[in-house]
Design a protein around this ligand. Sequence first.
Ligand SMILES: [Zn+2]
Length: 489
Amino acid sequence: MKEGWEAIIGMEIHAQLATATKIFCGCAVETGGEPNSNTCPVCLGLPGALPVLNRRVVELGARAALSLGLVVQETSVFSRKNYFYPDLPKGYQISQYDKPFSANGHLTIMTSERDEQGRAVDWQPMTIHVQRMHLEEDAGKNVHEGLPEVDKYSYVDLNRAGTPLGEIVTSPDFRTSWQAYDYVNHVRRVLQWVGASDADMEKGNLRCEANVSVRKIGETAFRNKAELKNLNSVRFMQKAIEYEIERQIDAHEKGEPVNQETRLWDEKNNQTRVMRSKEDAHDYRYFPEPDLQPLVVTAEFIEQVKREMPELPDAMRDRFMEVYALTYADASQLVADRELADYFETTARRTTNPKLSANWILGELTRELNNSGKAIGESLVSAEDLAELIRTVASGAINNNQGKEVLIEMFATGKPAAHVIREKGFEQVSDQAAIEKIVDEVIASNAGQAEAYRNGKETLFGFFVGQVMKASQGKANPKIVNELLKTKL
Ligand SMILES: [Zn+2]
């Protein structure tokens, strides 16, 4: 960022709550169905139809709120947000306004600036003020492609109308695009972790908007901001914010106007462009929804939700460091994904060697996963199978490099470790008598070197180890070879 300037960024995230049915009716929430097949009088907005709040929305909303450090309010109120648009058949959206479902959250995330290769340079904790998460219904969709005579007609698909959303709004706390990037990733991960949302940006069940303005360092007032939309991935969002910061600073310095407006990210040209200009505040003429009672959430309900929630990633990371003596970096990587974290715990319990288990999972196994583009849940190597392999390597029955080769084969075929070891002929000879025979032969046929070793040329020890390993075709247990050579020489 140009010297003397700072960016002010606030984030809004719409997360689709992972319910089976819509927020105010029993219609299924699913994508890819026949247009307008999942609809009923309520979500079509037919006169006289009455909304009934889906209890599951409140449960998942509470999970989401608690995982983001928000306080669930005892009483919240649904309001009508009035605007006219073809994909909104009622002429208003049922949302929440002055009494949201949850408020006043303090969320600690880890964030870092990135170097030119995009690598994190210095992870630091940062506390974000999450102002609120309220509950609302999604609108339908206008369809402008893939249907007959789209140049003449607009189509409306109301399957999405009434899908439950949590809208998560932060204070303008972010100063860089990477902070916003790390925040959105944090939110995605915890929402998935607690099962509140699939939080998949590509599928559109997590959508984010960034409000970006800039000001001279030392200024206290805010300048005009741009609202960035159409951000289909976290990476595009980061690039759009970065572009917008430079664009605004440049305009201010040239004395050109920076308008309060909504801008879209144009990924082809790597720039933002105007979607619509915006007055200071839209008049949505909010008023309480007369067809719904205020939502009252009891302390017992919250306690119940808390009991059903899994341990959160940050708590799990701290526990991994304390109980398993892992480093901060290893523990953080393991809790990046709940399945990976569970996989680690199962492996660590079975090997009783957490550090070695973490090394294998974050090293060899992760490399195989990355190379094949698989998630941990798709791995053919179960935690139990990996634990067996790690135990075999730790016992010295096969060496580390053989272990790595065995894992690659296990990963490709799903065969258990013992099976692959046998197939590859890696079973080590740990039979004392058999190895002793080879050791004796090697010493006898290298009498000169043996003499030199005894006279103090200790570097020759490695030579003898090598000769014995070679004679055993690499199968002799190196520990036993070392011990025997020391005694015999
Ligand atoms: Zn419906």
